[in-house]
Design a protein around this ligand. Structure first.
Ligand SMILES: [Zn+2]
Length: 300
């Protein structure tokens, strides 16, 4: 009987030693690889992922935590999410307001450097990137964080930010001009309050069916009010969201006869758009085109 216990203890200590040794080897492999490789950066969702690509270019390796095709407001982190964050050199997200799950994870991973690129005060609209200058402010924060993380490539990151800034200036001019003389200023969105910053900056009246997150319920009353407004204001289109079930927009369209046009929130994108590598600018130009169509604006 005693023999059995000793054999067990021996095996157990061998196993412990084995795991320790494997762990040491893994650490060595990890460190030598990290020294030679690019900085590993994880992005919460697509908009930060794409801004990181624009500024970090080929000097960083960036991956996205929320899988393509997933609605970002509904994302539930898995143990794999936590492991990926713990192994990263930097985590970039939009804000705790938009992604409360990041805040929860960071409580347990205080030593992982992180950046909230578009923070807002509690209760404010967290979709700050949806206006071009909001995205530029986020890109500036990202550039600062990359320079701190990797000062060697400072000039490269600075150059990419300058290029991005120029593109954003052009995008802003096109939005300003493209939406300045439309037949209607009523932007009716059968989705959540994600486009408020865009409407504010280009002087449109934004009407959304639900609140700032996809969880917020719409009410029958709100729906009836939207339908009434569409009829009274001679609105010719309603806007919907790429990752939203189309049934509500179809209901409004059936009731009023208006066309349905998609808008892109960009923080969550479809698998196809992800695979095609569409950029923030691509999505925003598509948004502008659909807004011009829906609000009946003169072509650029
Ligand atoms: Zn949203």
């Amino acid at each position: 009987m005693k023999k059995g216990i000793y054999a067990f203890l021996l095996l157990a200590s061998l196993a412990v030693f084995g795991f320790w040794w494997l762990g040491q080897e893994n650490e060595k492999v990890k460190h030598s690889a990290q020294a030679a490789e690019k900085k590993q950066i994880v992005a919460s969702g697509y908009v930060v992922y794409d801004l990181l690509r624009s500024i970090g270019g080929d000097k960083i390796a960036v991956t996205q935590l929320v899988p393509p095709g997933t609605e970002p407001h509904h994302f539930e982190p898995t143990p794999g999410t936590i492991i990926r964050i713990s192994e990263a050199d930097l985590l970039v997200y939009v804000s705790a307001e938009l992604e409360p799950w990041v805040k929860e994870i960071l409580k347990g991973l205080a030593d992982v450097p992180s950046l909230a690129a578009g923070p807002v005060y509690e209760g404010e609209d967290p979709h700050v990137w949806i206006s071009p200058y909001g995205a530029l402010a986020m890109a500036k924060e990202i550039e600062k964080a990359l320079v701190t993380l990797d000062p060697q490539n400072k000039a490269y990151y600075r150059k990419n930010l300058k290029k991005f800034e120029k593109e954003i200036e052009q995008l802003h001019q096109d939005f300003k001009q493209g939406l300045s003389a439309c037949q209607t200023k009523e932007m009716v969105h059968v989705g959540h309050l994600a486009f408020g910053a865009l409407a504010r900056d280009y002087h449109l009246n934004f009407h959304a069916l639900t609140g700032t997150s996809h969880q917020s319920e719409h009410s029958v009353k709100k729906m009836a009010a939207l339908v009434k407004m569409i009829k009274n204001q001679k609105v010719s289109a309603v806007f919907t969201e790429e990752l939203l079930a189309p049934d509500l927009a179809q209901m409004v369209s059936a009731e009023t006869g208006v066309q349905i046009l998609p808008l892109y929130t960009i923080q969550g994108v479809s698998k196809t758009d992800f695979e095609q590598g569409k950029t923030y600018q691509d999505f925003m130009r598509q948004n502008l085109e659909n807004l011009q169509k829906g609000l009946v604006c003169p072509a650029l």
